[in-house]
Design a protein around this ligand. Structure first.
Ligand code: UDP
Length: 359
């Protein structure tokens, strides 16, 4: 069976890797990794391939930057060309980036069976570009691999046929479980000077937080207040760095000695920092899940989340910038990490069973 796995951006790599590993052990599977090129530089893309056990992509469409419409349209056109010459039997798309619905649309229109990894998540906030991508992708794919029961419920409420939905669990947790020994052996970066000191890890990149000057200024002010309590380690997403510079906020953050600004980090270094953090301040989807799995308090600077299970069963809470310093000061790690059904490191094996049933 010829299978394409399509990836585009950082959060896709951690989801695709376990499936790649599981499929590459099957004699009947002939797999190609297709990179659309949305994230293209070393720190946001290349560094992850060797670390996560992914091969160099077989095809790179080289489609980066630009607007949502251009990105979606260009992937649709370029990937259709690839599909017409390769004619795979199955296309797997991941997550909720612009390439996800674009690649899915190209494939389903050619009658190629298409699976969505991480289906059914809903924030119910259509101002999020990712929410539109999720809804469109789920409405056209043949196989919907969901991480949790809330996702199944969302799909059923949208009228999706039950036999398309396969609850496989959280595949990012497969990556985390597999690489845990390597993460535990990784040292904290010496230049951060945080060994044996309490710190919180910060990641921000959602357009709703970083694209508005007023909102980003409020967030920076809140972080500066938090930095009077403890060190903050802040690996900067390229989008956030650009906005901080554009809005004249970068030097304020850089000049605070207890805010340790870094470039985006390799997976094991980032996770090592997460393992050792008192708390994580974020707007990332994946980080809400990783902290919940590990039992690390997660303070999410958003009005909603497409991952409600991280609130009901995990360690996540939603809040705004004004509340952040006070909440961070009173946050403590729970004595035991939560246990969320099917977040057990075996999601790829369950996805594999679905694929085997197609043979
Ligand atoms: N991550 C990483 N290095 C970093 C920041 C994040 O390896 O400097 C990993 C982390 O595992 C996270 C994943 O990248 O869960 C996806 O992150 P991102 O926040 O970019 O995407 P989202 O999950 O919000 O779509």
């Amino acid at each position: 069976m010829h299978i394409h796995i399509v990836v585009a951006a950082r959060p896709n790599f951690m989801k695709a890797a376990p499936l790649w590993r599981a499929l590459s052990k099957q004699s009947w599977a002939d797999i190609s990794l297709i990179h659309t090129g949305q994230h293209y530089d070393y720190a946001m893309s290349d560094v992850f391939f060797a670390e996560l056990g992914l091969p160099t992509p077989h095809i790179n469409l080289g489609i980066a930057g630009t607007t949502h419409g251009q990105q979606t349209g260009r992937v649709l056109e370029a990937y259709e060309r690839v599909l017409l010459s390769e004619r795979p039997d199955l296309v797997i798309v991941c997550g909720d980036v612009n390439a996800t619905p674009a690649a899915a649309l190209a494939a389903v229109k050619l009658g190629i069976r298409t699976a969505h990894l991480e289906a059914g998540l809903r924030s119910f906030d259509r101002s999020m570009p990712e929410e539109i991508n999720r809804i469109v992708t789920d409405s056209i794919c043949d196989i919907l691999w969901t991480p949790s029961s809330d996702a199944d419920k969302n799909l059923l409420n949208e009228g999706v046929a039950k036999d398309k939905i396969h609850k496989i669990g959280n595949i990012m947790i497969d990556t985390l479980t597999l690489l845990r020994p390597c993460i535990e052996k990784t040292s904290l970066p010496a230049d951060l000077d945080i060994a044996n000191k309490p710190y919180a890890l910060v990641t921000l990149h959602r357009p709703s937080n970083v694209d508005s000057q007023t909102t980003l200024k409020e967030l920076c002010d809140a972080l500066l207040k938090c930095a009077t309590q403890k060190n903050l380690v802040f690996p900067l997403h390229p989008r956030t760095r650009n906005r901080l510079e554009q809005f004249g906020l970068f030097s304020k953050i850089l000049s605070c000695p207890s805010i340790k600004v870094t470039a985006p980090l390799p997976y094991c270094t980032f996770m090592r920092l997460l393992f050792g953090a008192d708390a994580v301040v974020t707007d990332s989807g994946g980080v809400q899940e990783e902290t919940s799995f590990l039992g690390i308090p997660c303070l999410t600077l958003r009005e909603n989340t497409e991952r409600p299970i991280t609130i009901t069963s995990g360690t996540n809470q939603l809040l705004n910038a004004a509340l952040l310093p006070e909440v961070l000061a009173s946050t403590r790690r729970p004595p035991v990490a939560p246990s969320i059904p099917l977040w057990d490191g075996c999601a790829a094996q369950r996805a594999l069973k679905t694929i085997q049933s197609l043979l």
